[in-house]
Ligand binder design. Structure first.
Ligand code: SAM
Ligand code: SF4
Length: 494
C-alpha cells in the first residue's frame, strides 16, 4: 500500500484522538445548524504545517493519470486568464546539500552534467513554444536548487533560450534563486543584463553559530557583501530566512531580520523548519514536533509584528515586502489560475484545468525528451468548479480572498454558496470577513492548510472516502474534511 507521505507531502499527528463514529462512505449531508459544532470538533488535531508556500490545491492525495501528453493538447482549452502564462524552470544543482533541505537537488554536480541539463531544458522549451506562440509570458521563475550555481555561460544560455522561445511581456518579472557564494559581482551584472529583475537569495540565518550547524559553506561577512551588491544592482531582492531549529536561540530570527533590514533588503521570506519531509539520512535536526509547535508559532507571530512595524507588508502569509521597492508577482499569479509552464525535473505546472508534474529523475526526464515527448510524468484534470476552488482556497491560505473578483471571474456567488461556512468560521474566530474580502484570522494559524480546504467543493470531499480508511482517520486533512461533511449551502452552478 502507498504510504501516506508518498502521496501527501506533510503529515501531522492527532493530539486529541476523536471518536471515529461511523463506517459510512457518504459525506455527511449539509446541515447549517451543526456545521459550527462539527468544525470545532474536527479541528481538535495537531497540525504542524507552518507558513510556507509549498502547497497545492487539490492536495496531492488523489489518483493521477500517466497517459502521455503533448503541449498542444495540454494548452488546447481556453484559460480563465486567456493569453497569459508564466514559466517555472527547476535547476536542481547546488554546491552542497544543506541538512534541512527538502527540495529535489543534486549537490556537487560537474560542469558537463549541468551543460547537458541546460541543453535538455532548451529542447523542452522548443516543444512548448508553438502551443504558446499567441500568448504572453508574464513571469519567469528560475528556482532550485541553486540556479546561480550554473555559472555565467550556462546562465546566459538558459536565459537567452527563454527569451528566444517565449514572448515575454515588457514588464515580465524574471526571478532567479541563488545561494551565498554563487553571485559574484560580474554574475549579478550579467543576470541584470539578461533581464533578471528579481533575485531570491537563500541565507536562512545571519547567526554564525547557527550557520555552522547547517552545513552552509560560507561566512556571514561574505553573505553580507553579496546581499549588499545584489540590492545595489538588482534592487528587487528577496532573502529567505528560516526558524524553528531545535538549538536556535529565541531571538535568532529577529536578529537576522534586523540585519537584513539594515542592509536595505526589500523582500523577506520566513520559513518554519519543516523536518518531516527531510527524511534523507543526512538530516540531523529532528525536533520533537509537539514541543516546538507553540514556540514556532510564537517566533513567527513576533517576526510578523516586527516586520510590519518596519514598514513591510505581507504579500503571502510568510513573505513580506516593502511595496515600493519589491515585487512578488510570480507566486501570486499561481493562485489566479494563470497557466504555468513547468520546465526541468520535478517541476509542477498548470495548463487550463490540468495540473501536471515532470519526471523526478534525470534519466527519465532525458529519455522523454530524447523520444521527442514532453517529460510530463503525470497529470490531473480538474473540473471548472475545482478550478474556481483552487483560486479561492489558495487565496484564503496565502493572502486574502477578493470575493467580488472570484464572483466575476467564475460567474459564482461565493457568499451564497458558502454563506453558512463563512458564518461558522467567523463565529469560531477563524475568519475575518469584510464586505469584499475573506481572510484567515490569527487563531487559524495552526490550521492554515486545513481551514481553507473546507471551501473545496463537496464533490471533492466525497472523493476522499476513496482513500484507505487509515488515511482518513489518522491524518488531519482528509480526517477533518470528511468529518465536517458537506459545507456548501448551495451548488456552485459550474
Ligand atoms: C529552493 S530553496 C532555494 C534557495 C537557495 N538554494 C538556498 O540556498 O537557500 C528555497 C528556500 O526553501 C527554504 N527551505 C529549504 N528547506 C526547508 C525546510 N526543510 N523547511 C522549511 N524551509 C525550507 C529555505 O528558506 C530556502 O531558502
Ligand atoms: S537550501 Fe538551497 S543550497 Fe541548500 S540544498 Fe536546498 S536548494 Fe541547495
Amino acid at each position: 500500500m502507498k504510504r501516506y507521505h508518498d502521496t501527501v507531502n506533510k503529515r501531522s499527528r492527532l493530539i486529541d484522538a476523536p471518536m471515529i463514529s461511523s463506517t459510512t462512505t457518504a459525506l455527511e449531508a449539509f446541515d447549517p445548524k451543526t456545521l459550527k459544532f462539527r468544525i470545532a470538533s474536527a479541528l481538535r488535531v495537531q497540525n504542524d504545517y507552518f507558513p510556507c508556500f509549498d502547497w497545492t490545491f487539490p492536495p496531492p492525495i488523489t489518483q493521477k493519470s500517466r497517459t502521455p501528453v503533448d503541449a498542444a493538447g495540454l494548452f488546447a482549452e481556453t484559460s480563465v486568464v486567456h493569453g497569459r502564462y508564466s514559466i517555472y524552470a527547476h535547476i536542481p544543482f547546488c554546491a552542497t546539500l544543506c541538512q534541512f533541505c527538502y527540495y529535489p537537488v543534486i549537490p556537487g554536480s560537474h560542469e558537463e552534467e549541468m551543460q547537458r541539463y541546460v541543453d535538455y531544458l532548451l529542447r523542452e522549451m522548443a516543444l512548448y513554444a508553438p502551443a504558446l506562440a499567441h500568448g504572453r509570458c508574464e513571469s519567469v521563475y528560475i528556482g532550485g536548487g541553486t540556479p546561480t550555481y550554473l555559472g555565467n555561460r550556462l546562465l546566459q544560455k538558459l536565459l537567452e533560450g527563454i527569451h528566444r522561445h517565449f514572448k515575454l511581456s515588457e514588464d515580465a518579472e524574471i526571478s532567479i534563486e541563488s545561494a551565498p557564494g554563487t553571485i559574484p559581482p560580474e554574475r549579478i551584472a550579467l543576470l541584470a543584463g539578461l533581464g533578471v529583475n528579481r533575485l531570491s537569495y537563500g541565507i536562512q540565518s545571519l547567526d554564525s553559530d547557527m550557520l555552522a550547524r547547517l552545513n552552509r559553506a560560507y561566512s556571514v561577512p561574505e553573505a553580507i557583501v553579496e546581499i549588499g551588491n545584489a540590492v545595489e544592482v538588482i534592487g528587487n531582492v528577496n532573502v529567505d530566512t528560516m526558524y524553528g531549529f531545535e538549538t536556535e536561540a529565541d531571538d535568532a530570527l529577529a536578529g537576522t531580520l534586523g540585519k537584513l533590514i539594515g542592509l536595505g533588503v526589500p523582500g523577506l521570506s520566513i520559513y518554519s523548519l519543516d523536518s518531516q519531509r527531510c527524511d534523507h539520512d543526512r538530516v540531523r535536526f529532528l525536533p520533537a514536533r509537539d514541543e516546538l509547535h507553540e514556540r514556532k508559532l510564537g517566533i513567527f507571530r513576533h517576526a510578523k509584528r516586527f516586520l510590519r512595524q518596519q514598514g513591510y507588508e505581507p504579500v503571502l502569509q510568510n513573505i513580506f515586502i516593502r511595496p515600493e521597492r519589491a515585487s512578488f508577482r510570480h507566486q501570486l499569479r499561481r493562485w489566479e489560475n494563470v497557466p504555468l509552464v513547468a520546465l526541468g525535473i520535478s517541476s509542477m505546472g498548470y495548463a487550463p484545468r490540468v495540473l501536471y508534474q515532470n519526471h523526478l529523475a534525470l534519466k527519465s526526464y532525458y529519455r522523454s525528451l530524447d523520444e521527442g515527448r514532453l517529460p510530463v510524468l503525470e497529470t490531473e484534470r480538474i473540473t471548472p468548479e475545482m478550478e474556481m476552488a483552487r483560486e479561492l482556497v489558495s487565496q484564503l491560505r496565502f493572502t486574502k480572498v477578493d470575493v467580488r473578483n472570484i464572483n466575476a471571474k467564475y460567474g459564482v456567488d461565493v457568499r451564497a454558496i458558502f454563506g453558512d461556512l463563512i458564518s461558522a468560521l467567523f463565529e469560531l474566530g477563524y475568519l475575518e470577513v469584510s464586505t469584499e474580502t475573506l481572510c484567515l484570522a490569527e487563531k487559524a494559524a495552526p490550521y492554515n492548510n486545513i481551514i481553507p480546504m473546507l471551501f473545496a467543493p463537496d464533490a471533492f470531499k466525497q472523493t476522499l472516502f476513496d482513500l484507505p480508511e487509515e488515511y482518513r482517520e489518522h491524518f488531519p486533512l482528509p480526517y477533518v474534511l470528511t468529518q465536517v461533511g458537506a459545507t456548501q449551502s448551495l451548488p456552485t452552478g459550474l
